[in-house]
Design a protein around this ligand. Sequence first.
Ligand code: GTP
Ligand code: MG
Length: 207
Amino acid sequence: MTGIMEVKNATFIVSNSDYRKCPDDGRNEYAFIGRSNVGKSSLINMLTRNKSLAKTSVRPGKTQLINHFLINNEWYLVDLPGYGYARISKTSREAWKKMICDYLLQRETLVNTFVLIDSRIPPQRIDLEFLSFLGRNGVPLAIVFTKVDKQNQSETARNVNTFKKTLLEEWDELPPIFLTSSVSGTGRDKILSYIEQCNAYMAGEKS
Ligand code: GTP
Ligand code: MG
């Protein structure tokens, strides 16, 4: 095992609506997806310890494009728009969905997708369906339960266990699971270590 990776440098590079226009330097990337307002952009800021890197909002629907942030000049964190945001027209919702799904299914440098789930609520059908969609399509994923600071540990544990049980009704094994708070920094080291392991694995694959 290696030590905790340091984020020495985090730089916003570009926003896109089309995965084909995203950076083409072949660097590994890690994407964050989940329902609108679940805390994707906040998690990116927590991991990079930069509160103003990704734009966050109390109102859902803040992130609208595929955003690339270059870390340590080596790999990317990718902030995506959320799904399940009700207050837009059906047409733009469809376009939005296509943008996200095309990116997740076609992007060759995408090493892992972190699917964010609100730790405060019981399993939601939209999240379960989204996870099934990724699983069916062989998109590598990990699950991140967010906002654990908003309740006590036993409530978090209860919701996480219920979620695991629900997943195991469909899946043979569970993906990696992380518990996080963007307020307290819980889960930061574990996620960064996981990314570091993935980067090391990918370096081995290439050589
Ligand atoms: P969209 O871009 O709209 O899809 O949302 P998002 O998933 O990027 O959520 P964002 O990071 O903008 O956070 C939404 C709201 O939740 C903001 O008010 C954040 O301050 C709050 N929030 C996010 N993560 C946490 C957390 O870990 N703890 C607490 N208490 N609040 C959080
Ligand atoms: Mg966002």
